[in-house]
Design a protein around this ligand. Structure first.
Ligand SMILES: *C/C=C(C)/C=C/C=C(C)/C=C/C1=C(C)CCCC1(C)C
Length: 256
């Protein structure tokens, strides 16, 4: 297992080196603050990925998958950030396709996390995951169609909001919320409520980015990307750290 995670680490590091080697065509300018934010978030993502994979073996077996998935989220995002920065620095356009492909992979992975942390401590139906997945897809397809002009941007925003509100309903008062509310495990309820706060407050940054970057007057790619980058930094790294912290405290309790 140790060996496997070292191989994963080496692969991620190699990807990072090879994609930054391609960047020689366009250099980051000192006043390109959006471009700088792409860099900062990329480095945060790779650091978090290495951290989660290195830590996965130190937590109790039932939490390992959750920590692995946290590392996959930041790892997938890291690779996309290298490409997104490239698009931004060379063209000054929003890397919309890469952004949404990244979300299409990482948001469902995070929805799996809700299921996994529940499943780490009790028996729960998989329908919890499927419902959250459907909400995510509606949210992202709405946003993508609106941002790319396939449909009226405001209509896309409304569809996206509907998907997000459905997810919130599920994790607060739907099946997932009820399963978490059954109590009994301190680390689980702490992690679940922290993840809930992230999906409520942290995720609210995205529709705001859409309002400021797409819906208000003329579209502003600077505003859009700086807000999305900040949101990704919080919602991927902090989300993973919350899971890791719960895993650690549960592991310590179990070994006492
Ligand atoms: C790691 C990436 C994450 C957690 C991305 C989350 C994205 C959202 C919560 C996006 C939400 C949107 C709305 C709620 C309405 C407008 C369209 C979106 C897609 C920006």
């Amino acid at each position: 297992m140790r060996k496997l995670s070292m191989i994963a680490l080496a692969a991620v590091a190699f990807l990072g080196i090879s994609s930054s080697a391609n960047a020689s065509t366009a250099l980051l300018q000192t006043n390109d603050f959006v471009g700088i934010s792409f860099w900062l978030v990329s480095m945060g993502m790779i650091a978090a990925t290495v951290f989660f994979f290195a830590e996965r073996n130190t937590v109790a077996a039932s939490w390992r998958t959750s920590v692995t998935v946290a590392g996959l989220v930041t790892g997938v995002a890291f690779v996309h950030y290298m490409y997104m920065r490239e698009v931004w620095v060379t063209t000054g356009d929003s890397p919309t396709v890469y952004r949404y492909i990244d979300w299409l992979i990482t948001v469902p992975l995070q929805m799996i996390e809700f299921y996994l942390i529940l499943a780490a401590v009790r028996k729960v139906p998989t329908s919890i995951f499927w419902k959250l997945l459907i909400g995510s897809i509606v949210m992202l397809v709405g946003g993508y169609m609106g941002e790319t002009g396939m449909i009226e941007p405001f209509v896309g925003w409304i569809i996206g909001m509907a998907g997000w509100i459905y997810i919130l309903f599920e994790i607060f008062s739907g099946e997932a919320g009820k399963a978490a509310g059954r109590g009994g495990n301190k680390a689980l309820s702490t992690a679940f409520s922290a993840m809930r706060i992230i999906v409520t407050i942290g995720w609210a940054i995205y529709p705001l980015g859409y309002i400021f970057g797409i819906l208000m007057g003329t579209a502003d790619p600077n505003m859009l990307n700086i807000i999305y980058n900040l949101a990704d930094f919080i919602n991927k790294i902090a989300f993973g750290l919350v899971i890791w912290a719960a895993a650690m405290s549960n592991t310590r309790l179990a070994s006492r």
